[in-house]
Design a protein around this ligand. Sequence first.
Ligand SMILES: Cc1cc2nc3c(=O)[nH]c(=O)nc-3n(C[C@H](O)[C@H](O)[C@H](O)COP(=O)(O)O)c2cc1C
Length: 259
Amino acid sequence: MTCHQNRSFLFRVTKATADSTFGSQLNSQPNFSRLTLDDSAESCLVANMHTNAQALDEVIRQRRTLKMLAAEPLPASTQREVINEVIAAGAWAPFHKPSSSTHRGELNSFVPWRAYALDAAACRRLREKLIEVGDTTKIVQMLAAAEALIQVTWLPNPAKSETDALFEPTLENMEHLAAASAAVQNMLLTATARGFENYWSSGGALREKLVFDWMGIPATEILLGGIFLFPAETDNVETAEGKLRHKRGDVETWAKWIS
Ligand SMILES: Cc1cc2nc3c(=O)[nH]c(=O)nc-3n(C[C@H](O)[C@H](O)[C@H](O)COP(=O)(O)O)c2cc1C
């Protein structure tokens, strides 16, 4: 049996293997405790996991900022199915504390982030809206090229006292923001794996009330990023990489073992 033919067989593992490999959740399924793996199937399992790890490492390294700028709108194809997969990856980010119940409106999840997606056609409509109000920034050109824009917000706890700050500098808010960032990274990696060029923008005009109102984003939420997904094809459009991509230095410049 080849590894490929054996995908379903590989999941019929012994309790011991399941314990060490997948954790107790899988083990709670009764069928998984009876069958044993022969040596070749076990080595397939290990080989598959190794291949998955390498594939994941590769996607992490391949993720890059690439802005695409078009003077005139590119044809607006709708790829909602695949973009839904990108958004759904956000769901699996870790989060430490539930969002404040004051944020539970139409989108009523416990997670401290929210996502609002525009497909290509909606990006072009937002572009028109921004042009109407005199916006001449690169956001307009990116909306002309994007396959999708995902506005990711995070949900700060309501401030306990009067403050002019964007949010109170509490540990919980830091963790909400961190969790939302993990959700964004999941989306970027998933987008990369599906062949979308992508760009995490601070937002510029996308932070403005005009855009929040147009998209129906509650004013209590803070934009963490405008996540642009662009086509893989870069012909006939201007592109720009992230300025800091090659400035991060070696791992040794930001991590060390403590002995
Ligand atoms: C929170 C956040 C906000 C960002 N906002 C912008 C932005 O507004 N403009 C920009 O050019 N790049 C922005 N970037 C992208 C960075 O410039 C980019 O990640 C960096 O240059 C490293 O390149 P890489 O993403 O290809 O590794 C942002 C990145 C993050 C994490």
